[in-house]
Ligand binder design. Structure first.
Ligand SMILES: Nc1ncnc2c1ncn2[C@@H]1O[C@H](COP(=O)(O)OP(=O)(O)O)[C@@H](O)[C@H]1O
Ligand SMILES: [Mg+2]
Length: 309
């Protein structure tokens, strides 16, 4: 084993789990595991279930590469468990994970910090949906605040579409918001340690970057370098980093944002455990920065930390 590989000791790659994003996490996890093993690191995949504590204890791991997406893995719960077990893990700590998982709390923090995010209303019944249309106008995007991968989301352009959109979002656990629709271009900023990687522009023929556009469609376009003038790319990258820091996120992650027709930035969300398949966005941005997938996983692993150990 090389010195670099030895320094990490025995590594658990946590993947799968029980969230709606389980299948994506398994794909990300396999890609990460293969890359770590190819570099001589003593890494082992664990599909997380209720036996996780027993396994982590019995198999004597020294650190954790967490690639669980969504609830139970990206929301502070597994991070809390790893803190209690004194196991350093990749990505954000307990509070940041938990805040970033909640799109509403994230927006509230950004607003308090003076960072631009689209206006919204919390909606708890169909009546409040109509109230949101009156106050914010159309189009709106209806979102469950605790989901990822565009699950439970709909764009509504006419008030008649409200009932179905509300129902779909409300079928997911947690609060639902109606957010002002930003007409413009969509970008994402991958963050690795303290560095913002080159921005990626996303183009989809769907109404928005929905589940199929993310994982199934061949027509979704990812443009990196993102074709913005250099000064704009620097400015938006700085804003994305401020948005990441505002929720106390650390290690690595991704900030999604939009730019409207006036060139104004609107922050959408922070992902603290973004996808890591060979087709995912963080690896794409890393490649543009001259960082291979294998270098990227090692770099992420080297940021593994435990806030209280
Ligand atoms: N306010 C908005 N205006 C226009 N499009 C939006 C807005 N919010 C989200 N979207 C679209 O919906 C997609 C998913 O929304 P996002 O909040 O990033 O949730 P997820 O966690 O599911 O990725 C975005 O990638 C974007 O295409
Ligand atoms: Mg997103």
């Amino acid at each position: 084993m090389s010195d670099v590989a030895a320094q990490f000791g025995k590594v658990a790659v946590l993947m799968g789990g029980m969230s709606a994003e389980r299948e994506i996490s398994l794909l990300s996890g396999e890609a990460v595991l293969t890359a770590l093993v190819n570099q001589g690191i003593d890494a082992h995949g664990i599909d997380v279930d209720e036996n996780i504590v027993k396994r982590l204890t019995a198999e004597k791991y020294q650190s954790v590469f967490n690639i669980l997406h969504g609830r139970g893995g990206e929301d502070g719960t597994i991070q809390g468990l790893l803190e209690v077990m004194n196991l350093p893990y990749t990505g954000s700590g307990v509070m940041a994970s938990s805040l970033a998982m909640d799109k509403l709390k994230t927006k509230q923090i950004w607003s308090a910090a003076g960072l631009p995010t689209p206006d919204y209303r919390v909606i708890s019944n169909e009546q409040e949906c109509h109230q949101a249309v009156t106050e914010l106008g159309l189009p709106l995007i209806i979102k469950p605040v605790l989901e990822g991968s565009s699950i439970g989301m709909s764009k509504i352009e006419r008030e008649e579409e409200m009932a179905e959109a509300w129902q779909k979002a409300n079928d997911c656990k947690g609060t639902v918001i109606a957010e002002q629709w930003i007409q413009g271009k969509e970008y994402t900023a991958a963050i690795l340690d303290d560095q913002v990687l080159p921005l990626i522009k996303l183009e989809t023929s769907h109404k928005f970057y929905d589940y199929d556009a993310k994982y199934k469609s061949d027509s979704t376009k990812y443009i990196c370098p993102c074709e913005l003038p250099e000064a704009d790319e620097i400015q938006f990258s700085e804003m994305a980093k401020q948005a990441f820091d505002a929720v106390n996120a650390s290690g690595w992650g991704r900030v999604d944002f939009m730019i409207d027709g006036d060139g104004q930035i609107w922050l959408i969300e922070v992902n603290t455990v973004p996808g890591m398949t060979s087709h995912s966005l963080v690896p794409m941005a890393a490649k543009q920065a001259g960082i291979s997938f294998e270098q990227l996983v090692v770099k992420i692993l080297s940021t593994a930390a435990c806030e209280h150990c």
